[in-house]
Design a protein around this ligand. Structure first.
Ligand code: TMP
Ligand code: ASP
Length: 240
């Protein structure tokens, strides 16, 4: 697979074309951002750490029957993925109340939820990723009724795989964000998980101490961000 031109530079990853239009290369940079790109920094080893954690988690999801865009690790910072047409919404499942949900409803962070709560957000930094509902998504044409149903089912299925995976490592999976799309090679087929699953896009708390092991360490200036990401990786068994 030959690496070709840069196609898109996101806040933490850069996407490159390959010699096959059905495949892309995702390059994980050391950049970290928060609050919709307002707070920015570079953290040594972040790119390789997230690339490897993502590869491990995506492989687990794929083995459990969740289709993902991930194909294989190429090197320390890069992975080969299927080229996708992404749906412009973010899918969040919460097992514990934290972050924007705690703020929005005035509920204490750490409040356990009797069952997981699913939320959709519009993917737009300029609009600060507003919460949206099924009707917004359907009527405004961001996804069909069937795709909405698939996003919910798949995001909950990821919970069924990852909650026990993290629990076995002594980690509570508090919440996480997923993004879905259609592979360009199969535009009419079922939705496939895209983007990434890393400590950048979820909340992970040590089950015993409650210590934060995710990007809240950066958002809240708690320090030792990548040391904690690597701790997550080694606890779940990801080769780093
Ligand atoms: P929130 O509490 O800020 O709504 O975020 C819920 C979870 O989703 C949290 O683990 C962070 C993740 N997330 C992102 O990674 N990117 C985003 O743009 C949003 C809205 C959430
Ligand atoms: N992912 C978004 C950003 O980097 C939101 C966040 O993580 O706080 O700006």
């Amino acid at each position: 697979m030959e690496k070709r031109q840069e196609l898109y530079k996101g806040k933490a990853k850069t996407v490159y074309a390959t010699d096959d239009p059905a495949y892309l290369i995702m390059h994980y940079r050391d950049d970290v951002s928060a609050f919709d790109g307002v707070k920015l920094a570079k953290l040594d080893k972040k790119g390789e750490t997230n690339n490897k954690i993502n590869a491990y988690v995506m492989a687990k999801l794929s083995a459990a029957g969740v289709a993902t865009h991930f194909v294989r690790l190429l090197n320390e910072r890069e992975s080969l993925v299927k080229a996708m047409k992404m749906i412009p919404v973010e899918c969040v499942v919460r097992n514990v109340c934290a972050g924007s949900m705690a703020k929005r409803y005035g509920i204490a962070e750490g409040t356990r939820l009797p069952e997981p709560i699913f939320e959709f957000f519009l993917k737009s930094d300029a609009l600060h990723d507003p919460l949206v509902n099924d009707d917004h998504i359907r009527v405004l044409g961001w996804a069909s009724v069937d795709e909405i149903a698939q996003m919910k089912t798949l995001t909950h299925r990821v919970n069924a795989v990852l909650k026990p995976l993290f629990a076995d490592a002594g980690i509570d999976l508090v919440d996480y964000k997923l993004e879905f799309g259609h592979p360009v090679a199969d535009p009419d087929g079922p939705l496939v998980l895209g983007d990434e699953f890393t400590p950048d896009g979820c909340r992970l708390w040590d089950a015993k101490t409650g210590e934060k092991l995710d990007k809240d360490r950066f958002r809240r200036d708690l320090g030792s961000v990548i040391e904690h990401y690597r701790e997550v990786g080694s606890r779940i068994g990801a080769p780093l």
